[in-house]
Design a protein around this ligand. Sequence first.
Ligand SMILES: [Zn+2]
Length: 259
Amino acid sequence: MEDTLDSKALEAAADCLLRARYVIALTGAGLSVESGIPPFRGPGGLWTKYGEPPMDGYQRFLRDPRKAWEERLNPSGPMRELWATLRAAEPNPGHRALVELEEMGLLKATITQNVDNLHRAAGSIRLLEIHGNATLIRCIQCVTRFARDEIDYGELPPHCPRCGGILKSDTVSFGEPIPADVLEHCSEEAERADCVLVAGTSATVYPAAQFPLSVQGRGGDLIEINPYETEITHLCRHTLRGTSAEILPRLVNVLRERR
Ligand SMILES: [Zn+2]
């Protein structure tokens, strides 16, 4: 890992962003880690520590939604640790820099694989949470989303105030299809984009990984911000080695000087 990022690389990435017609961002776990949220896999990962969760989480939910809700409301093991960390986490300078890019009119949309609500908390407006949002509850029938405290948990599973369908955490479980509304919006944004800022993600988890690949395949530019080399590094026009919390604010500063 190189720790000296020369200003030329930043300038070149800034030029690339200014030349683009439509820039979107794809973010992932790296950004959350910088807010103190442990990753799932790898060193210090929750699943590394507690073991991989069952890969059929959604099917288990459908088989016994009451039990799933009892576990959700009274979590143990990794989930207990995760919920406690999520409640305490706050946005970092990387999240805030993306909001600034949006306010400058340079960033049109952010697709995130993170469920921690930190992009929203930072102030991102055009945000697509492809794996859901852990602070929201979603009806598996009509796909309406509710804030946690809007729901009556007197009887489990809770039911949708709108259509009576079963409610579930908005977080997309293993084995659960990405909700069609989000997936469609992501695809639309990727189709419009000619530049993707790929921050804090190795972009290997589908379907999120397909968006930068499709933009690049159409001749668009990828700008990668990551402390480590990833499987898409060789496809990126610009690679800025470092954390999002460090690099993104520096990129914003360069862009401010240019305008
Ligand atoms: Zn409903």
